[in-house]
Ligand binder design. Structure first.
Ligand SMILES: [Zn+2]
Ligand SMILES: [Zn+2]
Length: 366
C-alpha cells in the first residue's frame, strides 16, 4: 500500500531530477544522519523527517522504482512493499559510519543511565573552594556473576524472545524498526540458572563515596560531570555518568551577585550623624570601616576584592555594604528628653534634603 499524499521525493532529498545514484545516496546519508531520532531525542518532527527521507530514498535509490516514479509521478501500489526496513536500509547505506551511532535503540555501545546528585556547599566553601565527599548509590555489575546474571558455573541459553539477536523488529506504519530486546535487555542470552545475588539481573546497587574538588568561585547550579559513575548498563556493563549539581546554601548575612557580595549593616542615628568606625563582616572575619559623618540610609561602602573569587582566577569581586540607619523604637526617659532637645536645637539648615523638600512644597502650594 502506497502512502498518500506523497511529497515529491526529489524535493524531499533536495536533489535534481537528474541526480546520479551516488548523489542520491549522499543526500540520503546526510539527511538521515541529521534527522535521526537518536540524535534528536523527543523531537517528533525529526522522526517524521527521518521517515520521509527514508521513504524517498527507498524509491529513488532503486532503479526500477525510480523509473516508475519518474514516469507516473508515483510508485504503483503493488511496487511499494508492505514495509520499509529502515534499520537495514540505514545500515547498508551508512555502513561503517555506524561504529558509534546506530538507529532506534540499536546503540552499538549502550551505556547505563546518568545519575544526578545535588551537592550542597556553604557560601564560604564556594568562596574558598572545597573538597567534598559525595555519596552515591549506583547500579554496578554484580560481583558474584560478573554481570552475566547466571549463577557461577551455570550456562546461558539464547534468548527465546529475540532468538539470540538481542533486538526485536517492530512495525510502525510502513516502517520497520528495531529496538533492544526487553527480555534479555539486548544481551541475546538468558541465564539457565539465575544468579542468586542479583536474581539474574547482572546488576546490584552499590553505595560509593568519592571525593570531589570544587574550585573557588564555583557558582550555584554548576554541573560537574564525573565520567563512568552513573548506573551500569545491563547489556554492556558500561556505566553512564554522574552529574553533581552545586547548590549553594543561603548565607545569613551575604547575598551573591555574580562575583560581588552584598550585605547590610545597621547603624544607629547618632553613628550615622557623627560618623566613626563601624564593624563590618566579611567572609574572612570582621573588619573596621570608617563611616563618614552625615551618612544617609542606603549609603554604600565598597570593600575592594572582598567578594567571591572570579571563576578562572581573575581576582575577586567586591563586597558592597549598604548602611541601614535605625530609628530607635523605644526610648528611655533621659533619651526622650535628649532627642527632644536635639529637635529643638535643629533648624532647617542642618537638614539639606528636608530644606529642599520644604522649598518644593512651598513652591507647589503657596
Ligand atoms: Zn549476579
Ligand atoms: Zn532477547
Amino acid at each position: 500500500m502506497a502512502p498518500a499524499p506523497q511529497r515529491d521525493y526529489y524535493e524531499v532529498l533536495g536533489v535534481a531530477r537528474e541526480a546520479s545514484a551516488d548523489e542520491l545516496k549522499a543526500a540520503y546519508r546526510k539527511l538521515a544522519m541529521q534527522h535521526h531520532p537518536d540524535r534528536n531525542p523527543g523531537d517528533p518532527d525529526a522522526e517524521r523527517r527521518f521517515k520521509e527521507v527514508s521513504e524517498a530514498y527507498h524509491v529513488l535509490g532503486d532503479v526500477e522504482r525510480r523509473a516508475q516514479y519518474d514516469r507516473f509521478g508515483r510508485v504503483q501500489p503493488g511496487q511499494m512493499p508492505d514495509f520499509i526496513d529502515v534499520t537495514d536500509m540505514f545500515d547498508s547505506v551508512l555502513g561503517d559510519l555506524l561504529s558509534n551511532f546506530a538507529p532506534f535503540g540499536r546503540s552499538r555501545k549502550p551505556v547505563g543511565r546518568d545519575l544526578r546528585v545535588d551537592v550542597e556547599l556553604t557560601l564560604v566553601e564556594a568562596a574558598k573552594g572545597v573538597e567534598k565527599t559525595v555519596e552515591v548509590e549506583r547500579q554496578c555489575a554484580c560481583d558474584k556473576c560478573g554481570g552475566r546474571g547466571a549463577e557461577p558455573g551455570s550456562a546461558s541459553d539464547p534468548c527465546p524472545a529475540c532468538n539470540g539477536k538481542g533486538e526485536v523488529k517492530y512495525q510502525q506504519g510502513i516502517f520497520k524498526l528495531a529496538r533492544a530486546c526487553a527480555r534479555c535487555e539486548g544481551r541475546g542470552v538468558v541465564p539457565r540458572t539465575p544468579c542468586a545475588k542479583c536474581s539474574g539481573v547482572g546488576l546490584v546497587k552499590k553505595g560509593e563515596r568519592l571525593v570531589v574538588t570544587f574550585p573557588a568561585g564555583v557558582e550555584d547550579g554548576t554541573v560537574r560531570q564525573v565520567r563512568g559513575y552513573g548506573d551500569a548498563s545491563r547489556m554492556t556493563g558500561a556505566a553512564g555518568d554522574l552529574e553533581l549539581v552545586v547548590k549553594i546554601l543561603p548565607h545569613p548575612l551575604f547575598t551573591r551577585e555574580g562575583a560581588d557580595l552584598l550585605c547590610s549593616v545597621p547603624v544607629s542615628f547618632p553613628q550615622a550623624a557623627l560618623g566613626g568606625m563601624i564593624e563590618v563582616p566579611t567572609l574572612e572575619g570582621r573588619v573596621k570601616m570608617r563611616l563618614p559623618p552625615g551618612t544617609q540610609p542606603g549609603h554604600q561602602l565598597k570593600l575592594r576584592s572582598k567578594g567571591m573569587p572570579r571563576f578562572g582566577g581573575y581576582g575577586a569581586g567586591d563586597q558592597i555594604v549598604t548602611i541601614q540607619v535605625e530609628v530607635p523604637t523605644e526610648l528611655s526617659e533621659t533619651q526622650r528628653a535628649l532627642v527632644q532637645k536635639l529637635a529643638e536645637s535643629m533648624n532647617e539648615e542642618v537638614h539639606p534634603q528636608r530644606k529642599t523638600f520644604l522649598e518644593k512644597l512651598r513652591h507647589l502650594f503657596d
